[in-house]
Design a protein around this ligand. Sequence first.
Ligand SMILES: NC(=O)c1ccc[n+]([C@@H]2O[C@H](COP(=O)([O-])OP(=O)(O)OC[C@H]3O[C@@H](n4cnc5c(N)ncnc54)[C@H](O)[C@@H]3O)[C@@H](O)[C@H]2O)c1
Ligand SMILES: [Zn+2]
Ligand SMILES: [Zn+2]
Length: 269
Amino acid sequence: MIAMNYRGPFRVRVDRNKPDPEILHPQDAIVRVTRSCICGSDLHLYHGLVPDTRVGMTFGHEFTGVVEQVGSEVQNLKAGDRVLVPFNIACGSCPFCKQELFGNCHESNPEATAVGGIFGYSHTAGGYDGGQAEYVRVPYADVGPVKIPEWMDLDDAVLLTDVVPTGYQAAEMAGIKKGDTVVVFGAGPIGIMAAKCAWLFGAGRVIIIDELEYRLEFAKNFSQCEAYNFRSMKDPVLFIKKLTGIGADVCIDAVGCEASGNAFHTNHR
Ligand SMILES: NC(=O)c1ccc[n+]([C@@H]2O[C@H](COP(=O)([O-])OP(=O)(O)OC[C@H]3O[C@@H](n4cnc5c(N)ncnc54)[C@H](O)[C@@H]3O)[C@@H](O)[C@H]2O)c1
Ligand SMILES: [Zn+2]
Ligand SMILES: [Zn+2]
């Protein structure tokens, strides 16, 4: 099959001869990919910042597909089903999964201390090949994958594998109260979803901050928020304080470890 192939920091190739994945366990499914995204998190892998990212790995933790084949114990899926596959790989029955802490599944990544399995996200997250390929082996196929309703567009469905729930969860965990002023740092996919979801939790004002004009412009329209470029202000904190009179009630960091100004920033632009 054709698959993305990581060759080391800042180097990726298209592999035209990667062996097709096979059912390795009765609870596996093989999924033919129909949509696959590149996440901001993939940039951390690409920049060589995620420990134990091995040459030959296929990235991709945001994908939809059609079930090609299922293992003998899979009950909820059959060949031909359209599915969206969440990025966490979870067994559904370990002590973490029972508490719905699927990201910490012990079974999908037993060598780790802090994280469960994730598709296409280094051997730190279990070493599972991801969805930037024609086919993917999906373990615990009865647990993660969700059937896509007939009426749902694949371009929408694929956003439910990471971007929408991550932005939503950020807004939820931020504890927004009715009328709050919410400031979101980072106008990437996660930031614009967090800003959009902030309204759902009752925000009275939503402000987004980035340095890339095209992203700010998109965020302003898509998330119906105010958008400001931190390059055009001396001190962003003082700017926000003056803009709001008193400062933000809630701040959401949707930038992460490679923030401009941070020592990890790779200066790749
Ligand atoms: N479930 C999860 O935990 C999860 C899921 C998806 C993404 N993430 C993480 O969330 C972050 C955002 O993801 P994304 O896909 O939107 O990434 P992205 O790289 O597309 O967006 C990040 C944005 O932050 C901006 N930025 C950089 N430095 C900044 C600064 N100092 N202040 C304000 N803005 C700044 C960049 O210009 C960029 O637009 C990433 O770190 C990613 O790894 C986590
Ligand atoms: Zn992602
Ligand atoms: Zn589990």
